[in-house]
Design a protein around this ligand. Structure first.
Ligand SMILES: Cc1cc2nc3c(=O)[nH]c(=O)nc-3n(C[C@H](O)[C@H](O)[C@H](O)COP(=O)(O)OP(=O)(O)OC[C@H]3O[C@@H](n4cnc5c(N)ncnc54)[C@H](O)[C@@H]3O)c2cc1C
Length: 172
């Protein structure tokens, strides 16, 4: 398919599981939005950045991720560093007896650009989106760390993971 999911047949578009993109409902939905906006004469951003697709696994604890994993970065020979923060350092996680887990960020050693993130723990499938938004908005970890996060929230773990990128995690 083309950049707006056009097939080789004029007027026929293809999105979702029938094309060679990740087999996920939210990917199919976004591809459908792009295709329809294009058909309607709007100017959608083409295609989906494969590094900006979140994955959510509803195990206990939950698992969520986007972007580069360490394995993939090594396969692709992409330089990275990582920082992580444990749920046991997050007040709400401890108070709700959900202190198993961690939030890990992969970042560019030179620029600190966020390359990927993984979260394992309570509500990981929700909190991954703050990091994904930061990446989409081209924010740096220091930008996220500078935002006041309410206490007690699991999102405080995101702030701490971002502080950890700078070697400044507080409740580790
Ligand atoms: C068990 C299971 C669990 C999943 N869980 C998740 C999840 O938690 N999160 C997630 O993101 N993704 C999940 N997925 C994947 C997700 O369901 C798919 O990626 C998504 O539905 C793809 O959307 P689609 O529109 O391409 O295809 P579909 O949703 O499969 O829609 C295709 C439609 O076309 C219809 N159709 C087929 N042939 C014809 C025909 N000849 N004529 C007319 N209609 C036809 C089908 O009946 C169907 O309604 C799961 C998939 C499975 C199987």
């Amino acid at each position: 398919v083309g950049d707006y999911y056009q097939t080789a047949v004029p007027g026929i578009f293809a999105i979702g599981d029938v094309i060679n993109t990740p087999l996920l409902a939210h990917v199919a939905s976004r591809e459908g939005e792009i295709a329809v906006e294009y058909m309607a004469g709007h100017n959608p951003a083409p295609r989906i950045d494969p590094m900006a697709i979140p994955g959510a696994v509803y195990t206990t604890p939950q698992v969520a991720s986007f972007g580069l994993s360490e394995k993939r970065a090594e396969e692709m020979e992409i330089a990275y560093e990582k920082a992580s923060f444990p749920y046991k350092g997050v007040g709400k996680a401890v108070a709700t007896e959900a202190s198993e887990g961690f939030i890990k960020v992969l970042f560019d050693p030179a620029t600190h650009e966020i390359l990927g993130a993984h979260a394992v723990g309570a509500e990981a499938t929700e909190i991954i989106h703050e990091i994904l938004l930061a990446k989409g908005a081209e924010l740096l970890p220091a930008d996220v760390a500078g935002i006041i996060h309410a206490h007690p929230t699991l999102s405080e773990g995101v702030k701490e993971a971002m502080l950890a990128v700078e070697g400044r995690a507080i409740h580790a």
